[in-house]
Design a protein around this ligand. Structure first.
Ligand code: RRO
Length: 315
């Protein structure tokens, strides 16, 4: 239990962050794909207290996703092969967005496509969204499409094409990139050059589990994406390397973050804000809890503004 004076002290910490043109009152968000499409988590926490709610990736059309099983626990994490199941942007706007707005959330919409044109159609369907939609996270890095072999985020040219094709909607674009490439910095630079206001680092790490009795891949989609604490050092390294190379490009950090100290680590590496993903499946109120703990961490460490942590790693 925290004392009244600890709570009062922590309340003085400025938790606001700036991500390109987007001002958020706090740095913690849900990670796409781990908090549903709408206000599902509002039963567990106050969505309006978070920096933003990032919804699962949507395409222009409805999409069925991959066969079951779709998730499996791994040592210090989990492997998923959801396969981008979703209702499509128009149905989401009609059925899910109103509840998010009602809950007071700031909303970041994640979009995906199989082609540049698909992305453009998804972006078009977001035209004239209510002002509560503060940004679009362009997911260029799903590991569960076409066997994970043709990720847009593994190619600077393809990344730039998608961002150019989605820029017509006029909403801030965040490019969600992949750790599964040795060209991460080049891809991030291409995204920035093509108009991304920020990059979200990282999506899941390509992985696979084989059932040794049946000798078949355990997930219905074959391979999958690894997430959870196991990948946090991968995220820290990716964020660090991109921040060192492109210090003016805001980074939204994501990858194995489950505690305030984890969030501090991602911010010291270079993140301006932090998303929580797999931890939501363990504790659905994780994002609000981590944000509250981060506020107290800042106060107890003499950090008056959380944004001061960004890029604060010492060499
Ligand atoms: O739906 C998925 O299978 C999925 C997506 Br869109 C993604 O971006 N990352 C991931 O691990 N799974």
């Amino acid at each position: 239990m925290r004392s009244r004076s600890q709570r009062a002290g922590a309340a003085t910490v400025d938790m606001s962050v700036q991500i390109g043109s987007v001002s958020l009152p706090a740095p913690l968000m849900t990670a796409a794909g781990t908090a549903g499409y709408g206000s599902e988590l509002s039963a567990f926490m106050d969505l309006s207290a978070l920096g933003a709610v990032v919804v699962k990736s949507l395409s222009a059309d409805e999409w069925a996703g991959n066969p079951a099983p779709r998730v499996h626990e791994t040592p210090a994490g989990m492997l998923n092969s959801v396969g981008l199941q979703g209702p499509g942007v128009a149905a989401w706007r009609e059925h899910e967005l109103p509840e998010l707005i009602e809950a007071g959330a700031r909303v970041v919409v994640s979009i995906w496509g199989r082609s540049v044109q698909d992305y453009a159609r998804a972006a078009e369907a977001l035209q004239d969204c209510p002002k509560q939609v503060v940004a679009v996270e362009v997911n260029l890095s799903c590991p569960n499409l076409d066997g994970g072999t043709h990720l847009f985020a593994h190619d600077p040219v393809a990344t730039a094409q998608v961002l150019q094709a989605t820029s017509q909607i006029g909403l801030p674009l965040w490019a969600k990139l992949s750790p599964n490439t040795d060209q991460l910095v080049e891809v991030a630079a291409a995204a920035q050059e093509a108009g991304a206001e920020a990059v979200t680092l990282i999506n899941t790490v390509l992985g696979m589990i084989i059932d040794t009795e049946s000798r078949r891949p355990l997930l219905g989609g074959g391979g999958g994406g690894l997430s959870g604490p196991a990948i946090r050092p991968v995220a820290v390294r990716a964020i660090h390397d991109v921040h060192m190379a492109l210090p003016d490009l805001p980074i939204v950090g994501v990858g194995g973050c489950a505690t305030a100290v984890d969030a501090v680590e991602l911010m010291l590496a270079g993140a301006s804000a932090v998303q929580i993903g797999t931890a939501n499946f363990v504790q659905p109120s994780s994002v609000e809890q981590v944000q509250d703990d981060l506020r107290h961490w800042c106060f107890s460490h003499g950090v008056p503004r959380v944004s001061e942590l960004t890029g604060g790693v010492k060499h």
